[in-house]
Design a protein around this ligand. Sequence first.
Ligand SMILES: O=C(O)C(=O)C[C@]1(C(=O)O)C=C[C@@H](O)C=C1
Length: 372
Amino acid sequence: MSASTQRLTEIRTQIDDLDEQLLGLLNRRASLSREVGQLKSDSLDIVFKPFREKEVLNRLNALSPGILPEDHLRAIYREILSSSRRLQQPQTVAYLGPEGTFTHLAGLEYLGRSMDFSPCPTLHDVFLTVASRKADLGVIPLENSLQGSVGQSLDLFLQYNVYIHAELFSRISHALLATNADLASVRTVYSHPQALAQCSGWLRTNVPQAVVVPTESTAAAAAQAEREGKGSAAIGHPRLVERYGLKAVALDIQDLPDNWTRFLVIGPTPTVGSSRDKTSLLFTTPDRPGALAAILNLLADQGLNLTKLESRPLKGEKWKYVFFMDVECDLSQEQYENTIKHLTSLCHTMRVLGSYPTGPHLYGAGITQESS
Ligand SMILES: O=C(O)C(=O)C[C@]1(C(=O)O)C=C[C@@H](O)C=C1
């Protein structure tokens, strides 16, 4: 036996030994998690605690000697936490399907593979499924760094009593997918309106002859392109290639390379407990001069930073608007009780959509980076 073969045998024996220890430790962790699950079920508490998960990940990252890269540590723990949640109680996650949409892939990368992911044909169905408690959680796209808000998602918060539990940012890289690799033969390009808009420059330059047709999702577009064959293409995640038997005719076709979508994890009940980083609010203002300014001044006086303020038309009431606001602070804390009361008195209607931790930035393939 050569020296290197002997060393290899020694190393593998040590790895086996460490794996045994890891197995024991993972089982002990699982058993403790089950106990937490029992306590939660006795007090009707929610299984998914994103702030605690962020705390676990950040603490380990700070303690890590660094041989294992941060991204790997986070990816491994994503699955440990996913399994831990499942041991407490299997969780169904509704998402805008079918399989392979950006929402699905972002949800998998954030929540891990031990969740029961359940596709919904429309965003409306995701909200309905969560609000009617047919799913424990839902994943929805909220806004894109190039195209702005997904108006439908904002509007659906008005229709359904669902709450925000977590957010995540996912890098979006689009591909043109078709059964046939010849760009000149493309007559129709299908995709979700957001994806079509994010690639509009590329489409104009590279397939000017093609008609663009919106679909409910990028994966639905891929299925359509596959059904129609030659002459049809779809825009979506390159991974749709395997699911729908298509070719990736062009990669990275979004008009700007740094293309990110912010997704939200929603649930049927509000979150409670430990301190979170930000709060989302939905409100309407009285129809009088300075109504919005009074709200903004109140937050400014408290030293609270706004990270988003967007108005949407109030359906059925022409030229009236509803505001969606993100505040960089956990307004559910007791110290903000008076601020919330004051805010509510300044609004016509006001709903706290949730307080939650600042989300990680996901780069695909399970490698993640936490935002600062
Ligand atoms: O601390 C909890 O509340 C737990 O349920 C434990 C645990 C974990 O495995 O660390 C599992 C699920 C939660 O989302 C957060 C953390």
